[in-house]
Design a protein around this ligand. Sequence first.
Ligand code: PEP
Length: 249
Amino acid sequence: MRRKLAAGNWKMNGTLADLGELDSLAETHPTPGVDILVCPPATLISAAAARAGKGPIQIGGQDCHHADQGALTGDVSALMLADAGAHAVILGHSERREGHGETSEEVRAKAKTAQAASLMTVICLGESLGQREATNTLDIIGAQLSLSVPDSSNGENLVIAYEPIWAIGSGLTPSPDQIGEVHDFIRARLEKRFGAGVGRSVRLLYGGSVKPDNAAEIFAVSNVDGALVGGASLRAADFSPIITALESA
Ligand code: PEP
């Protein structure tokens, strides 16, 4: 029912010279059994979208402002991302929540505008290590979920990425049971809020140190519909085996 999704977050990495990675991915996965999304920095979206063309890879942004336009130096709107060729945008990544003080309310405002601009929103949620150790994980995830997700969401325009902050870029990953507990919880919350039809159609990604050697184990977990991948998405040689593992899951 839910088509799986392998999403790559290049973060603040990459110049025009790196777009050849998209060609390599497209050559290795000409007709993939899963959706593939690559989110390069904003400077590369236009060129990446042109390069990806109508092929198997879609391009996304990593953030947007909640306004469509205005006196907002340095910001980029959802309409601008769509105009540049983006199909999706990552919102509420922990590096923005922590590094830029983004609140869940702001994430919801951004998501509302992005969905109105026909972008698929990949909304990130995650607990810190301290919150997990204090056994507050589900409370934190529940609050972020209800505050960050706009009412305009559905299975087409919303993807949730569960990304424990302590797992991002650290080489640490939660156990399959820990991932399953959070994903089952998110699924139940979405079904309660949006009804079973919509709640079951939203894709749930796991993110945080997904690598070729741990991908299959993570993709076997219940309610894991794919991954949001940081470091291992930068090179096709690393991202491709993750895509293959998802296709076989
Ligand atoms: C991310 O930042 O979204 C992420 C999952 O990073 P990494 O895969 O490098 O841990």
